[in-house]
Design a protein around this ligand. Structure first.
Ligand code: 6R9
Length: 655
């Protein structure tokens, strides 16, 4: 359980006593203006969940209403049973029928500074055209479509068009390698790929189409590739398979009725890392995900029509699904979409965007905040950030000092911070302050949203005492819960529903203080969090072992000031290979090729043997201690097979 405690700055978190509150003016105008209002909502949801969620769902458009709100037989849930809707219709058509037709939905800025604005009615037209393109290419309800693009309005249009025709989108983050892309395409048996020619990243064009071409050598299910021209880099087009987006869209009608989807029809698959090597295709369905995306976005971000909201996450991650693509549009919000790196061409870029577009709500990751702290306050102070009224963080625990900096330097002590805890699997934010109501404690995600029941328990499911660390579980169903691991029901049951009796197991450790505030302590499984991105240690180990020189590999993490954690790879070599710095670089590049640059090990250590238990399991706890520079390895080493293996690893031999 204590596995990653040392990574989380637990000392400072345990001592944290400061409490911050939103101003009276902020609270008064917010959707949930006080703790009394929060408690009332929370209790109402607890008392009659069907009424609570049913009333929220009534704010959405349904072709056909539900017969029952929820059916729950652990681990299977169905929400809004018998109902029909379409999330794209709710994100666009409902607004186009109102004054919001000409409201800006997306303010886009490219890395080179080019800009474009899409109103709700323009976005609707583009989505309808592209939905017709998909249909013409033979995409039908239920087909899987892989999407591999840089941040752009077209990326959102691609998702929304899939939803409109009932196709299941599977977005693969543009930083993943061709091997990782091919694995995901094959797992979902995607029929088509939507990509862009390239994307700008720190002034360079990344050739996305080339990655797709390399991947498709091994993907027999893909019949069509639709390429959006963004960067004008040279690409090769395969006759009959590859088509230009703009050429097909030019021929398409702007009239495309939204498909009537059953509430439980799949909406998307998003792959995420787990404890074993193969990424899991987390599957979300239509009605429940829609209701929860809209509900949570409205309440956590206190969204209003006059807001300019900016979530810096890439659509390749769950945050970009729920809080870039769906949540803001369901609520008719105006949002900024930015193509590139937030620190390019310099550390002022993020603040410059906020100033020029008059951003009122900023949602970003602790890793970004920590890197801005290091760059210096002067970059922030050069800009007028007076429009900001609310700040948010996601992806990893935020250390209290980074929280305070964000609060003082960026928010000028007037913006509440919502520290939002959730996962790809939960579909939406589970634990977070409601900004007008919840007093904030730096480093704590505070309390569950109304409708969400969490608990901190021991292995046998019995509840922990106040301040006692344990496993974070969710004890009641919620609308946006994952429904399956795509094509692997056993893994779904085993990973989430088997460890703790009767509850959904999150994989995180946490404690709850006397006032009921939740403090997340980090992952307790073989998942590491690097810059807010989830990676499975075994995925990286498999990548290393696929190199001809490697006999065995084990990954451990250690705290990193900016990235949260960094990766240390312990590697044993096959005979005939010599562990020198060339091979280190080669292995680092090999992992980048197999998975992508986010998985690149920061350090490679060659070893003669890895410490193993008598039953042959690598003792990761020991490796973690060694990676953390802990020479006096503590705890029980009695099952260790060969103590000399450990002795050798302690000496860090840098050739
Ligand atoms: C949304 C997202 C999920 C894991 C999760 C936890 C960590 C996310 C956090 C947080 C502490 C927060 N995590 N938000 N830890 N405080 N506010 O990040 O989804 O990529 O699936 O990662 O991220 O460990 O279990 P995902």
């Amino acid at each position: 359980m204590a596995k990653q405690q040392e990574n989380m700055g637990m000392d400072s978190v345990l001592k944290e006593k400061r409490i911050f509150k939103a101003s009276v003016q902020f609270s008064k105008k917010s959707h949930v203006p006080s703790m009394v209002a929060y408690d009332k909502m929370y209790k109402a949801a607890e008392k009659s969940p069907d009424k609570f969620w049913g009333d929220i769902a009534k704010n959405f458009f349904w072709f056909k209403t539900w017969k029952k709100v929820v059916n729950w037989k652990n681990p299977d849930a169905q929400w809004f049973i018998g109902a029909q809707t379409n999330i794209c219709y709710n994100a666009l058509d409902v607004h186009v029928g109102t004054w919001r037709a000409n409201k800006a939905a997306i303010i886009f800025e490219g890395e080179h500074g080019d800009q474009a604005v899409y109103t709700y009615s323009q976005l609707h037209r583009e989505v309808c055209k592209f939905a017709n393109v998909l249909k013409r290419r033979g995409i039908e309800k239920g087909d899987r479509v892989a999407i591999y693009m840089g941040m752009s309005p077209q990326l959102m249009i691609a998702l929304l068009a899939c939803a409109r025709v009932g196709a299941v989108h599977s977005v693969v983050f543009g930083g993943f390698s061709s091997t990782a892309l091919a694995d995901r395409i094959n797992d979902a048996k995607a029929k088509a790929v939507i990509c862009s020619d390239g994307v700008s990243r720190r002034g360079n064009v990344i050739d996305l189409k080339k990655v797709v071409d390399d991947a498709l050598v091994n993907c027999p299910s893909v019949l069509n590739v639709i390429v959006f021209q963004r960067s004008n880099n040279a690409v090769s087009m395969v006759e009959g398979r590859d088509h230009w987006w703009h050429e097909l869209a030019a021929l398409a009608s702007v009239d495309c009725p939204a498909e009537k989807m059953s509430s439980e029809d799949p909406l998307f698959i998003l792959y995420t890392s787990g404890s074993t090597g193969k990424p899991k295709g987390i599957m979300h369905t239509t009605g429940g995900y829609m209701v929860y995306a809209g509900y949570s976005h409205k309440h956590v971000f206190d969204i209003k029509d006059e807001d300019v909201y900016w979530c810096t996450a890439d659509v390749g991650w769950i945050t970009g699904h729920t809080y870039v693509t769906y949540g803001p549009l369901l609520n008719g919000a105006t949002q900024v979409i930015y193509e590139g790196a937030v620190n390019y061409p310099d550390w002022g870029r993020i603040w410059d965007i906020i100033e020029r577009h008059k951003v009122t709500i900023l949602y970003t990751a602790p890793t970004a905040i920590r890197s801005f702290i290091r760059a210096g306050d002067e970059w922030v102070n050069k800009h007028n950030l007076s429009t900001l009224r609310l700040l948010g963080t996601v992806g990893e625990p935020i250390n209290p000092e980074a929280w305070i900096w964000y609060y003082n330097v960026v928010g000028k002590k007037k913006c509440p911070i919502v520290d939002t805890w959730w996962q790809t699997e939960t579909g939406g934010i589970m634990i977070s302050p409601l900004p007008g109501a919840t007093p904030m404690k730096p480093g704590s995600a505070t309390k569950p949203l109304p409708g969400i029941s969490v608990s901190i328990v021991k292995k046998d499911g019995s509840p922990c005492k106040a301040n006692e660390g344990g496993f974070l579980v969710i004890t009641k169903p919620w609308p946006s819960m994952l429904r399956d691991v795509y094509g692997d029901r056993d893994r779904f049951v085993k990973t989430y529903w088997s460890d703790i009796p009767g509850a959904y197991f999150t994989g995180d450790g946490a404690r709850r203080d006397k006032e009921g505030y939740v403090w997340i302590m980090g992952r307790v499984d073989d998942v590491v969090n690097i810059s807010g991105h989830r990676l499975g240690t075994s995925e990286i180990e498999s990548a290393l072992v696929s190199h001809e020189a490697v006999a065995e590999a084990a990954i451990a993490s250690r705290p990193d000031e900016i990235k949260g954690n960094s990766l240390v790879a312990f590697v044993t070599l096959k005979s005939g290979y010599h562990g020198d710095s060339d091979l280190k670089h080669e292995l680092q590049n090999h992992v980048v090729k197999e998975i992508g640059s986010i998985a690149r090990p920061d350090e490679i250590r060659f070893a003669e043997a890895l410490p193993k238990t008598r039953s042959g399991k690598i003792m990761r706890r020991l490796l973690r201690e060694i990676a953390n520079g802990n020479m006096n390895v503590s705890g029980d080493t009695s099952t260790l097979e060969d103590f000399s293996a450990l002795e050798k690893l302690r000496v860090h031999d840098d050739e």
